[in-house]
Write a protein that binds this ligand. Structure first.
Ligand code: 5AD
Ligand code: SF4
Length: 478
C-alpha cells in the first residue's frame, strides 16, 4: 500500500530533533511514503516534540487541540507524536488524546514505519524503550527521493544521550545515556554524503566533544573527538565541518589544536556558558567555573585567532542574585560573544534544580533577560560592523526573506543576504561575497564575479581576521 500516501512532520527544538525528523522522513521514503508540503495534503502527521523548556512542551498540547479538526476532515488520517515529550510522557499522551495513533520515543525512530503500519490497521501503541546498543545507529542510506533541508549541507550523528545531568536540564532523562557511534560508520556516512555533493557536514551530539569516551571505546575503536574530526577533514569534497554542541570540560589540547590545523573546520564554536557566576555554575552542576570557560576560549583563539564564539545562557536560575547576574554580564563582555541564545530558567520535571525553593521573582528574571539580550545584540552588531568591507564565501541556503536576495552562511556561521543578478547561485553552491552592510541579525553582501568557480578555504578571505584581540569594549574582534 501507500505509494501515494503522504506525510508531514512538524519539528520543534534542537538540531538533534531536526536530524531525527530527517531520519524519520528517510525511513518513510523507504517505506513508500512521500513528503507533503503542508498538513492539508498529508495523510500522516508527525509531531517531533521538544521539552527543554515548559513553553516548548506546551506547543505539543496546543497542536494536538488543533489537530482534532485536521484528523476528522478526511478518513484514514493518522497522527504520531515523537521526540522528548513523547519519551517523557509516553502512555499519558495516548490516554489523554484520542486523536493520537502512536507515540515513539527518542530511541525508537527506527520503528516509525512499523508503528504507522500498525496504526493503519487500528492498533494504537507507545514505543519508548531505551536502546543501549549500537543498533540504534543502523539506519538505511538516504533514499534517492529524499532531500535534506538544504542541498549541500547535512547532519551526521556522532553520539547520542547525555551523562552530565546539569541540574536544570531534562535531556539526560529524555535522551538517555551517552553512547558514541563507531568512527568507521561516521566516516562512511560522511563519504557517502560527499559523493552526493554535500560540502558541509555538522557533527551532532548532545555533548559532541565527549565523543568516544564511553561505549565506543569498549571494543570498537579508540578514537576521540579531535581524531574523528581529522578523519572527516580528510574526505575529499568536504569543505566545511561544524559540530554542535560541545561542553567546555571536554575541550582538550588536541581539539583546540585541530582548530588551528584543519583548514575545513569552520572557525565557529557554539559553546554554552549558561552563567558567568561560579556559585550558579556550581549549583547548575556544570563541573567548571568561569575561569575554566575563559581558558577554553583563550586556547581556541590561540589556535585560531578569528574563531567566532557563540553561546547559550540561562537567567533566573534558582538563587541567582543581582551580583551573580552581573558576573554573567561581565563574562559575556570578556568573551565578546558574536551571538548568543538566552533563556529564562524553566523548571523541568525530575531535575534537581526544580526542587529548589529559592525561586527568582519572574519580573526580575524578565528584566535580566532583557538586559542580557540587549548586551548580546550590541555585541552581535559590533561584530557585524567590523566585517563591513571584508570578503567571505557563503554556502547558499535559498532565497532570502528580503526579496530578490539569496541567503547563505559564511564559515563563521553568520547569515549573509546578498542581492542576485541574472543568474543567481543555487542552494548548495558556494559563492564569494563582499560584505557591504551590517544589521543586528545578518550581514548584507554583494556577490562577486569569480574567475575560478569557488574558493573553498575560509582563511583566504579578508575582513574576518581579528582587529586587535581583546579590544577594550570586549566586542569580538572579527
Ligand atoms: N530552562 C531554561 N533553559 C534551559 N536550557 C536547558 N534547560 C533549560 C531550562 N530548564 C537551555 C540551556 C541549553 C539550551 C539548549 O537550552 O541554555 O544550553
Ligand atoms: Fe543538558 Fe547539561 Fe547534558 Fe547539555 S550537558 S544536554 S545542558 S545535561
Amino acid at each position: 500500500m501507500g505509494s501515494s500516501r503522504r506525510f508531514h512532520i512538524r519539528t520543534y527544538g534542537c538540531q538533534m530533533n531536526q536530524h531525527d525528523t530527517e531520519k524519520v522522513s528517510n525511513l518513510l521514503h523507504h517505506a513508500g511514503w512521500r513528503q507533503a508540503a503542508e498538513d492539508a495534503d498529508a495523510d500522516l502527521l508527525l509531531i517531533n516534540t521538544c521539552s527543554i523548556r515548559e513553553k516548548a512542551e506546551h506547543r505539543l498540547y496546543s497542536d494536538l487541540g488543533l489537530l482534532r479538526d485536521w484528523k476528522s476532515a478526511a478518513s484514514g488520517r493518522l497522527v504520531g507524536v515523537g521526540g522528548c515529550v513523547a519519551q517523557q510522557e509516553g502512555d499519558a499522551i495516548l490516554r489523554r488524546f484520542p486523536q493520537v495513533d502512536f507515540v515513539f520515543g527518542t530511541h525508537n525512530v527506527r520503528l516509525v514505519p512499523e508503528l504507522v503500519a500498525a496504526a493503519e490497521s487500528g492498533r494504537r501503541q507507545v514505543r519508548r524503550e531505551e536502546v543501549r546498543d549500537l543498533s540504534r545507529f543502523d539506519l538505511p542510506e538516504r533514499h534517492p527521493d529524499w532531500q535534506g533541508v538544504t542541498p549541500g549541507r547535512a547532519f551526521v550523528t556522532v553520539m547520542e544521550g547525555c551523562d552530565m545531568f546539569c541540574s536544570f536540564c531534562i535531556v539526560p532523562r529524555t535522551r538517555g545515556r551517552e553512547i558514541s557511534r563507531p568512527a568507521a560508520a561516521i566516516v562512511a556516512e560522511a563519504q557517502e554524503l560527499a559523493a552526493r555533493g554535500v560540502r558541509e557536514i555538522t557533527l551532532l551530539g548532545q555533548t559532541v566533544n565527549a565523543y568516544g569516551r564511553h561505549a565506543v571505546r569498549r571494543g570498537h575503536d579508540d578514537v576521540g573527538f579531535a581524531a574523528l574530526l581529522r578523519r572527516i577533514a580528510g574526505i575529499p569534497g568536504i569543505e566545511r565541518i561544524r559540530y554542535t554542541s560541545p561542553h567546555p570540560i571536554f575541550f582538550d589540547e588536541d581539539l583546540c589544536r585541530a582548530h588551528g590545523e584543519l583548514e575545513n573546520l569552520c572557525p565557529h564554536v557554539h559553546l554554552p556558558l549558561q552563567s558567568g557566576s561560579d556559585a550558579v555554575l556550581a549549583r547548575m552542576r556544570r563541573r567548571h567555573d568561569a575561569e575554566a570557560y575563559l581558558r577554553v576560549v583563550e586556547a581556541l583563539r590561540h589556535a585560531r585567532p578569528d574563531v567566532a564564539i557563540t553561546t547559550d545562557l540561562i537567567v533566573g536560575f534558582p538563587g541567582e542574585s543581582d551580583a551573580d547576574f552581573r558576573e554573567t554580564l561581565r563574562v559575556v563582555d570578556e568573551v565578546g560573544f558574536v551571538d548568543g541564545y538566552s533563556f529564562k530558567y524553566s523548571p523541568r520535571p525530575e531535575t534537581v534544580a526544580a526542587g529548589d525553593p529559592d525561586r527568582v521573582d519572574p519580573d526580575v528574571a524578565q528584566e535580566r533577560l532583557a538586559a542580557l539580550q540587549e548586551r548580546l545584540r550590541a555585541l552581535t552588531l559590533a561584530a557585524h560592523r567590523a566585517r563591513v568591507g571584508g570578503r567571505t564565501q557563503i554556502l547558499i541556503e535559498g532565497e532570502s526573506r528580503r526579496g530578490g536576495q539569496v541567503m547563505g552562511r559564511d564559515p563563521w556561521h553568520r547569515v549573509v543576504n546578498a542581492a542576485t543578478g541574472a543568474a543567481p547561485p543555487q542552494p548548495g553552491q558556494v559563492a564569494p561575497v563582499r560584505i557591504v552592510e551590517a544589521t543586528p541579525h545578518s550581514l548584507i553582501g554583494q556577490l562577486e564575479v569569480k574567475e575560478t568557480p569557488e574558493i573553498a578555504d575560509g582563511r583566504e578571505t579578508e575582513g574576518c581576521r581579528p582587529r586587535g584581540a581583546g579590544s577594550p569594549t570586549g566586542t569580538f574582534p572579527l
